[in-house]
Design a protein around this ligand. Structure first.
Ligand code: PLP
Length: 389
């Protein structure tokens, strides 16, 4: 937030700013969806309270789409709750499963809101590390070592914000086997970027390899990223009935049902159009990811590169770049993410999100969504800065 304010201030003063901090696609939702929204404007019901758990037809539709996409067959014991964005879904899921003092395992780098949400419910976040050499996939052994009798849940996010990768099939199979050994732990699977992978293979999920794990899996999806509709605030949870019922109680006494208008438009919208809609955006992300690769490689910054394949992001590891030496000389153990991002913004006009709050010290997240020409220029400036001892 501070850096964003600084970026805005510099832009107002007439500086050219390359803001690579975006967490959303810079496009409108598909025309077919906009038309469905317009049609729903004529109905009284679009303006009235929706059922707390969501419009029934939409819940059914989300569930069947999820089962079809993940080849889950007929697992009728699963249920759906529609909420005001998946951020709310995750928040109330944690409320439903946590007692004070319960531990929740997070896989760094992780989405910034997870540890804060866990703490809201008096839980204790514990995290396992990863690094650029394993393309930010923490090892299963490290995860297993973190489990204690107090571990109530683990959150995984694949494709991942901020790393822009998804865990491999092999990792997911291993994860399924690991979780099988720990039958009392809830698995929260944040899948909001599942449609946004721009290199094959596509993301897969642990429960596809062992459907018994669905008995304690709480999966999240949303329209924010796949329909480029972050402002419309619709997300959902797919989980066993007992979890959905508990979550519904929290939702009922806090926000009530999510927007009737948007839910009703979604009922009429064909979810199979998502792929076609995202295709140009994915081509753009693929091209930006290739620019990152060529710029880093041309500049001998091989150590910083890994293959990103999904979501909008790339995680930049400052600790393997020359610029870092200036900072680390005085304090080799310090985290200088914010200071380095600040200097980058002031010197080169490039705004990134510091890695500290993602649980990844001495790094920053860059977004791949910017248009080609300014993005190339931003990368040129970024690389020049990283090489500046
Ligand atoms: N999960 C992840 C990993 C995210 O990056 C975001 C948004 O940036 C969300 C969940 C929340 O999305 P929304 O509340 O817009 O559905």
């Amino acid at each position: 937030m501070q850096l964003n304010e600084k970026a805005t201030q510099l832009a107002e003063e007439g500086h050219v700013i390359y803001n690579l901090s975006a967490g959303q696609l810079p496009i409108k939702p598909p025309q077919e969806f906009i038309e469905k929204l317009q049609q729903q404007l004529n109905f009284l019901k679009s303006y009235q309270y929706s059922p707390v758990a969501g419009v029934t037809e939409l819940r059914k539709k989300v569930l069947s789409h999820h089962k079809a996409e993940r080849n889950l067959g007929d697992l009728s014991e699963l249920d759906v709750l529609i909420s005001n964005g998946s951020k709310q879904s995750i928040y109330i899921a944690l409320g439903a499963v946590l007692d004070p003092g319960d531990e929740v395992v997070l896989l760094a780098p992780y989405w910034v809101s997870y540890p804060q949400m866990v703490k809201f419910w008096a839980g204790v976040p514990v995290s396992v590390k990863s690094n650029v050499f394993d393309a930010y996939s923490p090892s299963l052994e490290d995860i297993g070592r973190l489990f204690t009798p107090r571990t109530k849940a683990i959150i995984i996010n694949s494709p991942n914000n901020p790393s822009g990768t998804h865990y491999t099939e092999e990792w997911m199979k291993g994860f399924a086997a690991l979780m099988k050994e720990h039958p009392d732990i809830w698995i929260l699977s944040d899948e909001v970027y599942s449609d946004l992978s721009y290199f094959d293979p596509k993301p897969s999920y642990f429960y596809q390899y062992d459907t018994e794990l669905l008995n304690r899996t709480i999966a999240f999806g949303a329209i924010s990223k796949c329909l480029a509709a972050t402002g419309l605030r619709i997300g959902w949870t797919i989980a066993p009935k007992n979890a959905i019922t508990a979550m519904g109680k929290i939702q009922s006494q806090t926000t009530s049902g999510a927007s009737a208008l948007i839910q009703r438009a979604l009922v009429d919208f064909d979810f199979n159009l998502i792929d076609k809609f995202l295709s140009p955006a994915k081509a753009h992300l693929r091209r930006s990811a290739n620019v990152v690769r060529s710029k880093l490689r041309e500049s001998d910054l091989h150590n910083v590169w890994y293959q990103s394949h999904s979501a909008f992001y790339f995680m930049l590891d400052f600790s393997r770049t020359p610029v870092f030496l200036r900072y680390s000389a005085a304090d080799p153990q310090g985290d200088f993410s914010k200071e380095i991002c600040q200097e980058l913004l002031e010197k080169e006009g490039v705004a990134l999100v510091p890695g500290t709050d993602f649980g990844q010290p001495n790094s920053a997240r860059l977004s791949l969504t910017m248009e080609e020409v300014p993005f190339n220029e931003a990368m040129t400036r970024l690389v020049k800065f990283l090489l500046d001892k």
